[in-house]
Design a protein around this ligand. Structure first.
Ligand code: BGC
Ligand code: BGC
Length: 690
């Protein structure tokens, strides 16, 4: 059955049935390439009454690394291992954070890598110039290859979260967050974005990206929903492969060529499958769901030769992934043939039973190869060395971990390269926020937009009209970019923090002015700020939605969007007879029935990033009156009909979203949306009383 055709006529189908059909065809599609799908009808999420741990031999597909392990590397690695002290080996297995480590520390503790977390910059300076990044990258690198006093020279890796473009660096191109890229259904676009991101990283001398996030977010209450491409596994195999190849280069074709960086498939596994969508929570799901839903992206990334995998903060069946020998070693390394290294997440080892931030032999023994130990790395180093010497961690395990780390460093060409500032693209500031990359991001914005309502064919708009652009998201680049945008949570930024960026208003204004129309900006939602004294606009575009958030802080208890001010703004405009186009910014699908009712047209714009002009490209006609770009985006998350929809896969027969997965209008559709029920368990007038 052609499920794509089914997607285009979503109102015809029973959602529950649809979900089952989709899962079995999709899951088997990806698995067929792995020869693991024997009985399609059998593969239905949530159908398992009790979770069963099946024998690894039969359950997970048997795969091997797509890369031959060249003898040359293994011989070099043997030679290095033979020279290294326990201290040096453990040093390779520890990653410290930029603010808590110096080049001297790298030299003295033989640290194999560093990271800069979200909102961490050289000397803590947010607008640190490219030269400052490169200078510090050189210092760390030179410390790592210092051979004085008999040290072994092993180049250091610098990891960062470039999760939607090189988002921690001022002046970079920020692409739509993954939720928007899921809506594009375009793996080639995603590959090109990854390549551009790697190139921007290379400008400042960083060589390792903590991306892609391959979560399948099953509950949109999760604050990292926007980091996921979709709620279904359908896209994950191809996207996981495409992003990995975009970052690292494809095997046999520009593999770690100029401007490529290491990729990290994260967070292994089922970070998006936790109970209640709680960040770092527990995925109480069957092993079948692990394989058929949450592992799909990893199969793609592994086929592309992803070189690192990050363990999830979360648990499976009550056991933390950081200490999960079965999932880290038996499944990922042995069964799936992963021969790169497993990195932990931000001191994630400390949550393993019996562990502390500065001590966790359990994680190493379970298969973790590299601790992300942002602050307490010094004590962790001492304790781990002592644990090896006491035999609490077998030497063979240490050698295996270090072998994996060195293998990746060889494969990435680190041993053949020069200091960061002398590498390809380093210091080439023209590539940071390059025109070519911004154009790509603008295209991604266009393709990510999902049209949910367009009554009376209000859109596309005539650019020669008088257009009011309102709402607190209209001219706010931080808000349109979301979390992981210059700061960790994406908060505390101003438009000046995003040089070269275009707000949604600016993109509209540019085209409306050029067409000879009239554009008026009103950022506040307050009536006093809405100046309609001069002339009543022909139409209003209101940009509003969620304020930025990231992990932990972004978790919510329900999916209701409850801004009274925004709703009143829409209603006031409509009461004056002004047609309203809502552009909704959000990191998740939300219950917005009252806002849909108070809008003539409604666009789910997700978190588009710095190239806000992509919105004008789709919303406005050109001066000849032609459509510039039609809507092509399709929901990769079902849109809720209530504030508390049942979690996906819960086998709830009642599950009936307002707009199903795959929904998205185009201009030709001419579909009218009837008035929706505004009843919810939450009182919009007094949201805090609920
Ligand atoms: C996040 C990871 C991220 C890491 C480093 C963690 O808190 O879960 O996704 O890569 O921090 O910033
Ligand atoms: C860092 C993030 C990290 C988080 C984990 C923050 O301080 O900037 O990168 O993911 O801590 O808790």
């Amino acid at each position: 059955m052609d499920f794509r055709r089914t997607l285009e006529a979503p109102d015809q189908i029973n959602n529950r049935l649809f979900r089952r059909i989709l899962l079995s065809s999709v899951v088997c599609g990806a698995l067929l390439s792995l020869q693991a799908c024997s009985n399609a009808d059998d593969v239905t999420a949530g159908s398992e009454p009790t979770p069963v741990i099946t024998s690894v031999t039969h359950f997970w597909p048997h795969r091997s690394s797509p890369l031959a392990q060249p003898d040359a590397y293994e011989t070099n690695i043997d030679a290095l291992l033979a020279q290294m002290s326990v201290e040096e080996k453990v040093g390779q297995m520890i990653q410290a954070e930029l603010q808590s480590v110096t080049p001297d520390d790298v030299r003295n503790y033989h640290l194999g890598s560093i990271l800069n977390g979200g909102g961490s910059y050289p000397h803590g300076v947010k607008d640190a110039p490219v030269e400052a990044w490169l200078a510090i990258a050189d210092q760390f690198y030179l410390a790592s290859v210092d051979q004085s006093e008999g040290r072994v020279a092993i180049p250091l890796l610098w990891g960062t979260d470039a999760v939607h473009g090189h988002n921690n660096v001022m002046g970079a191109t920020l692409f739509p967050h993954n939720i928007g890229l899921g809506a594009t259904r375009n793996p080639e676009l995603v590959r090109a974005i990854a390549k551009a991101t790697a190139r921007e990283m290379s400008v400042i001398g960083q060589d390792w990206n903590f991306a892609p996030t391959l979560a399948v977010a099953r509950n949109a209450r999760w604050g990292r929903t926007y980091e996921a491409y979709a709620e279904e596994p359908e896209l994950l195999y191809t996207y996981g492969k495409a992003v990995t190849e975009g970052l690292q280069g494809a095997i046999g074709d520009d593999w770690f060529g100029p401007g490529r960086v290491l990729a990290t498939a994260k967070h292994w596994i089922a970070d998006g499958g936790t109970d209640g969508g709680i960040d770092r929570g527990d995925a109480k799901i069957s092993e079948r769901e692990l394989r058929d839903i949450h592992a799909q992206g990893y199969f793609g990334a592994l086929d592309a030769g992803v070189q690192s995998v990050m363990a999830s903060f979360s648990s499976w069946q009550g056991e933390k992934l950081h200490g999960h020998q079965y999932l880290l070693t038996d499944v990922l390394k042995q069964k799936l043939g992963f021969d790169g290294f497993i990195i932990g997440d931000w001191s994630g080892h400390e949550f393993v039973e019996g562990c502390q931030p500065d001590s966790c032999p359990q994680a190493v023994n379970a298969g973790l190869d590299l601790f992300m130990a942002p602050e307490q790395w010094r004590e962790l180093h001492a304790n781990t060395v002592a644990q090896v010497k006491r035999g609490e961690i077998p030497m063979a395990r240490i050698d295996d971990a270090v072998r994996r780390i060195l293998r990746v460093k060889f494969r990435a060409g680190l041993f053949d390269t020069v200091r960061p500032s002398e590498r390809s693209y380093a210091g080439h500031t023209e590539w940071l926020g390059a025109e070519e990359h911004r154009k790509l991001a603008r295209r991604a914005v266009r393709e990510s937009l999902v049209l949910l309502k367009n009554n009376n064919g209000l859109l596309p708009l005539d650019p020669t009209a008088h257009i009011l652009v309102a709402g607190d998201g209209a001219h706010h680049i931080g808000k349109q970019s979301g979390g992981w945008s210059l700061t960790w949570q994406g908060s505390d930024t101003t438009n000046d923090d995003f040089p070269g960026a275009t707000s949604i208003y600016q993109g509209l204004a540019q085209q409306i002015n050029a067409a000879g129309g009239r554009v008026q900006l009103s950022e506040g939602s307050d009536d006093s700020e809405l100046d309609l004294s001069e002339a009543i606009p022909d139409v209003a575009i209101v940009v509003f939605g969620e304020d930025p958030y990231a992990e932990i802080e972004g978790d919510v208890t329900h999916l209701g969007y409850l801004s009274r001010a925004d709703l009143e703004l829409l209603r006031r405009l409509q009461a004056r007879g002004i047609p309203v186009v809502s552009v909704f910014l959000s990191g998740r699908p939300m219950w917005v029935n009252p806002y849909l009712n108070a809008s003539d047209a409604f666009v789910a714009a997700w978190l588009p990033g710095t190239e806000g002009a992509g919105i004008a490209d789709v919303l406005l006609r050109n001066t000849q009156g032609d459509i510039q770009y039609d809507f092509t985006g399709k929901l990769s998350f079902s849109w809720p009909a209530s504030v508390n929809p049942p979690p996906l896969g819960s086998d709830d027969e009642e599950y009936a979203p307002l707009f199903p997965y795959g929904f998205g209008l185009s201009y030709a559709d001419g579909q009218e949306l009837e008035k929706l029920s505004e009843e919810s368990v939450i009182d919009l007038k007094n949201p805090n009383e609920n």
